[in-house]
Design a protein around this ligand. Structure first.
Ligand code: ADP
Ligand code: MG
Length: 349
């Protein structure tokens, strides 16, 4: 689609690499005292003083992680930042800085890069992170984006995957399965569009789940809320690959087992209705759908009164002794072993 409009657009060759970097980064403001040097030298200089530094990185590849036929570039830029911030928050840390590296082919005009960076700028502004560097290079085919996020935390604030004890409560923020169902809707409309380019999809009934897919929000607010409630999770992870695989990561790293209750898994009504429409099992979608970027954590039972009744949190189960294993307790009370793909019975299906 982009090629058709290229006539009135500015080619990247016109600017050159340095012109492009300057054009894309000059409006970003530095907001953290810890940023000693941002964009413009050989490397950024950061000073976290007495705090620990948190670092995480993700690489997104066109055709593998995103499809530009239904992903607006602005959303893509935003999401590329979110997936990294989510990992910083999953350490119970504050995100402070990002670097952004891009590889683009000459099929992308300057205006496309501006769109991408508008999304990055929106994310940086909203989540209060400084853009302090990156790299810009050409690719022969498609687009690649790699974001690295930095954060800070006091040593005693950091929460690892490994701290859960038997009989802790398993808690999730928000609701699950929305991003996956949003993707189902977008892919279906994309197929319709290929057959009939004049079709105008009505995405309004699906706006919640489409937004969950295209414009996820990292749960900075949850980290802040936990601090306010004076709850320090014993272990934590962000839900990028589906609840099932994330629970298994916590169990493995903490050397515990778990019971996850099917009837407790938080689902938005739009997820339930779209699952019916697509003939998908909503539990399976929540367990293995992925890309929800909610937080999964464990807390000591005595902390329960502090989160009780809070609409941001759902207790979905509890940890057990390691030798008891990791299970889904279904609605009809059967005990099904959890697997990274959802549960065992599905693997056979
Ligand atoms: P080098 O040749 O040392 O890699 P570059 O010319 O690539 O330096 O980068 C110059 C400056 O611009 C550095 O501060 C770098 O971090 C920053 N930078 C390069 N590309 C980007 C980008 N896509 N987004 C943000 N900053 C960038
Ligand atoms: Mg470089």
């Amino acid at each position: 689609m982009l090629e058709d409009k290229n006539q009135e657009k500015t080619s990247l060759e016109q600017l050159g690499e340095f012109g492009l970097i300057d054009h894309l980064t000059k409006h970003f403001k530095i907001t953290h005292k810890s940023t000693i040097k941002g964009v413009g030298d050989d490397a950024a200089v950061l000073d976290f003083q007495s705090k620990k530094t948190i670092v995480t990185t993700d690489l997104l590849i066109e055709g593998v992680h995103f499809d530009l036929s239904y992903t607006p570039l602005k959303h893509l830029g935003y999401k590329a930042v979110m997936v990294n911030l989510s990992d910083v928050y999953a350490m119970n840390a504050k995100a402070t800085h990002i670097t952004v590296s891009i590889a683009v082919s000459n099929r992308f005009p300057l205006e496309a890069m501006e769109e991408l960076y508008a999304g990055i700028a929106l994310a940086a502004d909203k989540y209060k992170v400084d853009l302090v560097g990156g790299d810009t290079t050409s690719s022969t085919k498609g687009m690649l984006i790699s974001v690295t996020a930095f954060g800070e935390a006091k040593e005693e604030e950091i929460v690892y995957r490994s701290g859960a004890k038997p009989n802790d409560l398993l808690v999730v923020s928000g609701d699950l399965g929305g991003a996956y169902m949003g993707l189902q809707v977008l892919e279906r409309e994309n197929e319709v569009f290929k057959v009939n380019p004049k079709s105008q999809p009505d995405l309004e009934p699906y706006s919640y789940i489409v937004e969950r897919q295209l414009k996820p929000e990292a749960r900075k607010d949850i980290v802040e809320l936990l601090e306010k409630l004076e709850v320090k999770p014993t272990s934590m992870i962000d839900i990028s690959d589906g609840l099932s695989s994330e629970i298994l990561h916590l169990c493995k790293n903490s050397e515990v087992g778990c019971n996850l209750y099917e009837d407790k898994i938080p689902l938005d009504p739009t997820v339930i209705s779209s699952c019916e429409e697509f003939k998908l099992d909503s539990t399976l979608v929540a367990l293995s759908g992925g890309e929800d970027y909610e937080l999964l954590f464990t807390i000591d039972q005595k902390e329960f009164p502090k989160i009780k009744g809070n609409p941001n949190f759902t207790v979905v189960g509890h940890t057990t002794e390691k030798n008891e294993g990791a299970f889904l307790i279904s609605r009809n009370n059967s005990k099904i072993p959890l697997t990274a793909q959802g549960w065992n019975s599905f693997a056979k299906a």
